[in-house]
Design a protein around this ligand. Structure first.
Ligand SMILES: Cc1cc2nc3c(=O)[nH]c(=O)nc-3n(C[C@H](O)[C@H](O)[C@H](O)COP(=O)(O)OP(=O)(O)OC[C@H]3O[C@@H](n4cnc5c(N)ncnc54)[C@H](O)[C@@H]3O)c2cc1C
Length: 386
């Protein structure tokens, strides 16, 4: 049987996230978007509510919430402000690989303190010259005795200026490309770690994005996650879990765009009737509703597969690609429904459109998602014809 009703427990989680979003995010979303500053106070409150440690098992002090249930909660935060949600979510991107691939000792050493005291984490894969093709990364990690000597500059790092912990991908041997990549857990207090100024962005302006610089940083060998040569594979595996969490952000943005649009279309009068009476406007609203519903179900399926321990690389990429494109389309239509008003800072829909755009870019661009999907399709075909 397939059911789409939320369980009583899921409804409680959803309500908890919604109340937090309404109380703590909605009132300040516009201010942080305007200023482009990081809402440390809101993020700290999110920690108090357990929203930063959702996927960390209870054994280490986390909430032990599944991927699907996390997505249900995260939609509520993103519907209030995607930028603020990103700052809350991104620690999961950095910590989930430790949950999944870390040793017991690493989980105790890194996850437990994260749950016990407010902290933030960042995922450091991209570099200025290396985005869609991380296998050609230039950051290096040379094994010298009992530590790795880490050198390089990571770019576009969310929470870069505030993280206490960085999950850093670096190459031990550039001739080996992705096979030479390791992932290292790097506390920000280590000597030689620094970060750049916040980058002034088009959207998701409440999120903090910086370069992070590693200059001859001595990273203890025991901070290596999942063995030499395994770093790249593990980084990609983590994306299978986190892409649905970004995709649900797109659903949240689009849902808000539809809610605003419906409200405005009921009030705005042209040709003697509210514009919602014009069929062309109704069709736009109907298209928005269809696309949002479809995207949410794709996300839920990808997240559910992850919870079952079933490989979901294709489904996670489908959900991410579809939801990101959907949010861009829906928010553009929302601006259209608002007419000239939509093109001003007087209404929230222009923010939603700006916030949607980058979802087609980060966590793998729209084009890279399609490459992942096509590769999986070919793999399935080869398997079926063997
Ligand atoms: C706000 C923000 C936050 C971010 N946060 C993080 C973070 O926390 N951690 C992190 O590691 N990174 C982060 N990123 C980086 C992000 O993941 C990269 O920007 C993204 O992977 C794309 O890389 P790029 O910008 O170098 O674009 P490029 O890779 O240069 O791509 C440029 C264009 O070429 C296309 N393209 C490239 N290769 C192909 C191909 N083979 N086939 C077809 N088209 C192709 C792309 O789709 C894109 O349209 C963030 C970026 C932004 C903007």
């Amino acid at each position: 049987m397939i059911g789409f009703d939320l369980t009583p427990e899921q409804k409680v989680l959803q309500e908890k996230a919604r109340k937090f979003a309404e109380r703590e995010i909605v009132p300040v979303a516009e201010k942080y978007d305007r200023d482009g500053t990081f809402p440390l106070d809101v993020t700290r409150k999110a920690y108090d509510e357990g929203l930063l440690t959702l996927v960390i098992p209870k054994k280490y002090g986390g909430e032990g919430v599944g991927i699907l249930d996390s997505c249900i909660m995260y939609e509520e935060l993103a519907a209030a402000c995607m930028g603020i949600y990103l700052g809350i979510f991104v620690s999961t991107l950095a910590l989930y690989p430790i949950v999944k691939f870390g040793t017991e000792e690493q989980k105790e050493r890194f996850l437990r303190p994260f749950c016990e005291k407010f902290s933030l984490a960042s995922y450091c894969l991209s570099e200025l010259a290396v985005g869609s093709d991380p296998s050609s990364m230039r950051t290096t990690a040379a094994l010298v005795g009992d530590h790795y000597l880490l050198n390089g500059t990571k770019m576009w790092i969310t929470n870069g200026g505030y993280a206490n912990l960085y999950l850093v991908f670096a190459n031990t041997d550039v001739t080996k490309k992705h096979k030479g990549i390791v992932s290292l857990i790097v506390p920000s207090r280590l000597e030689g770690v620094s970060h750049g100024e916040p980058i002034d962005k088009m959207g998701q302006r409440a999120s903090n994005t910086t370069a992070v610089i590693f200059k001859s940083v001595r990273v203890p060998r025991e901070n290596l996650l999942a063995g030499e040569g395994e770093g790249f594979k593990k980084a990609m595996a983590a994306l299978d879990i986190t892409r649905p969490m970004i995709a649900i952000g797109a659903v949240g943005i689009a849902r808000s765009a539809l809610e605003f649009s419906l409200e405005y279309a009921r009030k705005r009068v042209q040709f003697g009737v509210p514009i919602v009476r014009h069929q062309a406007v109704q069709f736009m609203l109907a298209d928005m509703a269809q696309a949002i519903e479809a995207a949410r179900l794709l996300v839920w399926k990808a997240a559910w597969l992850a919870d079952q321990g079933i490989r979901n690389t294709k489904e996670a990429a489908i959900a991410k690609a579809f939801a990101a494109d959907m949010a861009m389309r829906v928010t553009t239509d929302a601006v259209q429904i608002y007419g000239g008003m939509g093109y001003t800072k007087w209404h929230a829909v222009e923010k939603l459109m700006r916030d949607a755009k980058v979802i087609q870019i980060y966590e793998g661009t729209a084009q890279i998602q399609r490459i992942v999907i096509a590769r999986q399709l070919l793999r399935e075909l080869e398997k079926a014809t063997q």
